[in-house]
Design a binder for this molecule. Sequence first.
Ligand code: X8Z
Ligand code: ZN
Length: 612
Amino acid sequence: MKRGQLISLSFVLLCCTSPPASPPATTSDPAPAVFHWPVTVADAEAFVAEAEEQLATQWFETGRASWVAANFITQDTRGIAADSQAELVALNQQLAAESDAFANLELPEDVRRKLRILKASLSMAAPQDSELQRELSEITTEMEATYATGRHCRPDGECLDLTAMDRRMAESRDPNELLDLWVGWREVSPPMRGQYQRFVAIANLGAMDLGFTDLGELWRSDYDMEPDAFTAEVERLWKQVEPLYEALHCHVRARLAEHYGPDQVSLDEPIPAHLLGNMWSQTWGNVYELVGPAESDPGYDLTGILRDQGVDARGMVRFGEGFFSSLGFAPLPETFWQRSLFTQPRDRDVVCHASAWDIDGLDDLRIKMCIQITGEDFFTVHHELGHNYYQRAYNQQPPLFQGSAHDGFHEGVGDTIALSITPEYLVQVGLLDELPPSDADLGLLMKMALDKVAFLAFGLLVDQWRWQVFSGAIDPADYNASWWELRERYQGIQPPVARDESSFDPGAKFHIPANVPYTRYFLAYILQFQFQRALCEIAGYEGPLHRCSIYGSQVAGERLNDMLELGRSKPWPDALEALTGQREMDASALIEYFAPLSAWLEEQNTGRSCGW
Ligand code: X8Z
Ligand code: ZN
């Protein structure tokens, strides 16, 4: 989502999905709407129709400018993108303010819903002052460019970008090298600290102009419920999964302590953040070989298979497309293959963080990703394609309903499909010769838990931090300390070296400089198991949830499409019900999926002292 990533309407943007848009119909007129008092239902309908046309035009423009800026990072492309984003912010803000004129009218439900979306789906708001709008756009485009062009030069003189550092973090087991990479990447973010503080101040003013207390409340207002109820909902879901997270943490810490020794990992302290195989310790699958059950190895390694078979970046995307086709979705348009970026260019900087784009609100779909030939990126390719297929499924909706039921749905679709990448599926598509023995299940489940269960704590805490930053509960003088308090409280990790306020470690994670809300991923990591359980039932699968693949099930594809094509035309519980029959988000499918592993972890952890 690009077009909206830094911008406002979140349906436009979903980190990684771009704002929908239609090709420009007419040149829009930014002059404020004038209504005669008293306003009527017909005025409201006309206002919404005009707003949709103006927004669609601007999304299209800003989408193209942002695409070019992310694919060719230069001073000029940045300036052009910032100009265009400032225009979009101004338009959003103006329309959202004007929509207040209809607040007291009895309106048809779809009009009322569109007016609400106009206000609450901004990921960034700006006051109605063109200087401040421009400043806000410049800050966000510059922070994102700083992140995307960051480099770290190692003691041996070699300079690495984030893609290369990610790879080394995944593969290296040398604590000194890991520490150098971990500290080195965090040198990219101190220059963002002042910019971020200013960003918060301006964006909060914009949110207040719209009647919210701060930007965090605006973000929490886009879930078809009161913002406080949403906060409680997130907490409820976390409580469902917290015991499983703690059990996994306990086991992983014990095994890392065996490998690295008590000098590096202490059994009653948080785990040092550089030892978990990921720059942000957000997924731990890369340390599988250090912590997996010795007696139950999965017997295959997807990275090795892809490399042995000579599958390249495009080939990985073709596998993803093939999966969706097997469910009955139409193939991706030819322009997708022509316009997407699949590999990191050697001669220029691009924003490598993976994203999916919808440029025209019809079928100009693209992904932008510096694909590495790894099992991890095979999953991320499916994640991105999930955004594109969702975007296409709702392209018949009017512009303000082109978006997901809520942002966690957008993030969860591709991941749901990727849950079907089971050994059976890999055999079916010729990536694996024979099925591993069924006693390999524990190993497969552990690998999955290291990515999916470990992520939950990180997925939660990023916005716990931002919500408090936006509300003022966290003072700018404590940005870094408060970040590490939350990292310790939720994830049970600690920085490998002392950190202080000369650093700005939150800025070393893409979604902070790019201003992409993060609770969506926490929700997606729960929803994807709920979606998968429903799809497996629909496909007629019987057996343990973790062995189910819906590959080839057209009936499952149809039901998935029923949910996707609704876009955001209905409250999200309606969309959830269309697929699962349930109206509440619920982690019981995730718990069921990992049940065999939970039992094993409980045995392993007997006699260990867990917690931190
Ligand atoms: O940012 C992403 C996607 C694009 S929406 C690659 N993800 C989060 C992250 O990388 O931090 C997917 C999982 C979490
Ligand atoms: Zn995504």
